[in-house]
Design a protein. Structure first.
Length: 610
């Protein structure tokens, strides 16, 4: 969601910025733009639609410079048009600004600026930043650093901002507040970006910026980082995980299909990190036995697919550790009055580590004294840095907007965390530990076996491409897998899908079932398979067509129109496997419908605004 790239140095800023924006296409966007300082003007080009439109416009009338900023926009305020695209400029076109986030008080600022004679041409909240910066730049006698400091005092909301000015041709300033921004240090200058993917090709050396920090870049000088009171901040230079560079399709038609197949490798990576002989060890990424004993309440909170991973964890915690767990969508928890104290453990999950709603929920919990445990895929992300303990998925770059391998990696990491918790509290006996570790060790091979017959999923997908609605059902933790399968289908196929507990069918939803309705049933919890089979019979009698995904079971197979067998494993571990066919089926439905699988409409990979 919205990408920023800025460059100041001795290289070709146009090439570096456009290349960096290409690396951010996976995040989701609907327009793009660039501003470069030339000898006599600030050249700004913007285009609605794909980045290719901007690249073509620049190629038609090329320009190069050594200082500039670029942006890919995901519309929040104002429709996706060229006028609303970033960068936004002042009236004279001599100051340019790019911005991720939301300026919550933009209406008040806009009214104030209009009273001072400023005219607005876009529908965006970002344009107020360009005009504010212009106002303070002129007041400070063309001091760009002073102007960004004074601008920061007026802004409310979340923002990562980069700005350049024609009359300060060797400078770039940036400001971070509740929106990701990091600084890459190159031999010939510096790159600012909202995502490491735009930096790693040029340098592994980065500085992670914190909220309230301002970066001042000047050609031929070392970057300086300030607080908003202009106190200099000394920051540690860290090394990026260079796996970010490996984001290529490697012969697959889409990143999503590649990432589905990579789940065998990514789950094996988790095993390699934690399995120690006949046992396991999470090192310093977990809590001590005494710390676990001190928690008297547990909350789980995340968004989207990550929330489903957290909800699967809820079942395991309650069953193995025998304590109640509250699960709350992060966007709801952040604006509630939860029963959180200094003895609460909040578990959060986020692929990007920058999810705005999850961060807000974390910060609310921390303000009440809670301890935060995070599972994320991005080293150095804001969530990772603000959590008390963190497990990194280490799933490698996930480019497709619809998450697949990050989800199963999140589950694997959560499983080991919960097993560690149970063991330290004396609630995991040796036989169960041995059995669960054996089951987890088989996950990579089981995933491979589920994908051996991938052409079969394409054939199954033919049954869904003309559907208006698809229903997913399950019981207990299978209901969570049903929710994730439903989300995958709706994300990329644009078919309405709904997941519900199988026992709720007769309380309303069964009224929608008619001949030809497609239903997908999950059945991997052995004590409940007979119940699911009965629900399937109930649906079939009303004309529904049933695809079941579960363990081999005569009654289940006989009552279903189509059946996908899950390799034998424990009920605990089954959710990691049952999702694989649902991901793959959703992929082929989207392909057969001719959709842009990796970049579904209106969606973004990293949701950094509320």
């Amino acid at each position: 969601m919205c990408g920023i790239v800025g460059y100041c140095g001795s290289g070709d800023a146009t090439e570096i910025i456009l290349n960096g924006l290409e690396k951010l296409e996976y995040r989701g966007y609907d327009s793009a733009g660039i501003s470069i300082i030339l000898d006599d003007r600030l050249a700004t080009k913007k285009r609605a639609g794909r980045l290719k439109n901007l690249e073509n416009a620049v190629a038609e009338n090329p320009f190069t410079g050594m200082v500039g900023i670029g942006h890919t926009r995901w519309a929040t305020h104002g429709v996706p048009t060229e006028i609303n695209a970033h960068p936004h400029t002042n009236r004279e076109g001599t100051i340019a600004v790019v911005h991720n986030g939301i300026i919550e008080n933009y209406k008040e600022l806009k009214e104030r600026l209009q009273m001072d004679g400023y005219a607005f041409v876009s529908e965006t909240d970002t344009e107020v930043v360009a005009h504010l910066l212009d106002f303070y730049y002129k007041e400070s006698n063309n001091n760009l650093l002073t102007a960004i400091v004074r601008t920061s005092k007026d802004l409310e909301g979340s923002y990562a901002i980069c700005a350049v000015a024609l009359n300060s041709p060797d400078e770039l300033v940036a400001l971070r507040h509740r929106s990701p921004l990091l600084l890459g240090i190159t031999d010939g200058g510096a790159i600012l970006a909202s995502d490491a993917a735009s930096i790693v090709e040029h340098t592994p050396k980065v500085i992670y910026l914190d909220d309230g920090e301002i970066v001042h870049l000047q050609k031929n000088k070392a970057p300086v980082i300030y607080t908003t009171n202009l106190d200099v901040v000394e920051k540690e230079v860290k090394l990026l995980d260079t796996d970010v560079e490996k984001a290529s399709k490697e012969g697959f038609d889409h990143f999503m299909l590649k990432e589905i197949f990579e789940q065998s490798e990514s789950t094996q990576n988790v095993l390699n990190r934690f399995i120690k002989g006949d046992s396991f060890d999470l090192g310093e990424s977990t809590f001590s036995a005494q710390e676990f004993k001190n928690f008297d309440s547990v909350y789980l909170s995340s968004c989207g697919t990550a929330f489903h991973a957290a909800q699967v964890a809820k079942y395991l915690i309650e069953d193995l550790i025998q304590i109640p767990v509250r699960d709350e969508i992060a966007s709801e928890l952040a604006y509630s009055n939860p029963f959180i104290t200094e003895k609460t453990l909040l578990i959060v999950v986020s692929q990007s580590g920058e999810t705005a709603d999850t961060l807000n929920a974390m910060r609310l919990a921390k303000s009440k004294g809670a301890t935060i445990f995070a599972v994320t895929n991005v080293v150095g992300s804001t969530i990772a840095r603000e959590a008390d303990r963190v497990l990194y998925c280490q799933a490698g770059p996930e480019i497709s907007v619809a998450s697949t391998k990050a989800y199963t990696s999140q589950l694997m990491n959560l499983y080991f965390f919960i097993l560690d918790w149970a063991k330290k509290l004396g609630k995991l006996d040796n036989s169960l530990e041995t059995q669960l570790l054996s089951d987890l060790k088989q996950i990579p091979n089981h995933i491979e076996s589920l994908l051996d017959t991938v052409t079969g999923y394409r054939e199954l997908a033919e049954n869904f491409i003309h559907c208006e609605s698809v229903y997913f059902i399950g019981r207990a933790v299978d209901y969570i897998s049903a929710k994730e399968g439903s989300l995958k289908l709706k994300e990329i196929s644009y078919i309405h899908s709904e997941a519900l507990p199988a026992g709720e069918l007769k309380h309303g939803t069964i009224a929608l079932i008619e001949p030809g309705t497609q239903v997908i049933a999950l059945a991997t919890q052995r004590p409940l398979i007979e119940k699911i089979a009965s629900n399937i019979v109930e649906l079939s009698s009303r004309g529904a067509e049933i695809l079941s995904v579960g363990f081999e079971h005569k009654g289940l197979k006989e009552s279903s129109d189509r059946f996908i067998a899950i390799p034998e494993t424990s009920d605990y571990v089954a959710p990691i496997l049952s999702i694989i066919p649902l991901q793959t089926l959703a992929y082929y439905v989207a392909v057969l419908k001719g959709n842009d699988v990796d970049k579904p409409r209106n969606l973004a990979k990293s949701v950094t605004v509320e």
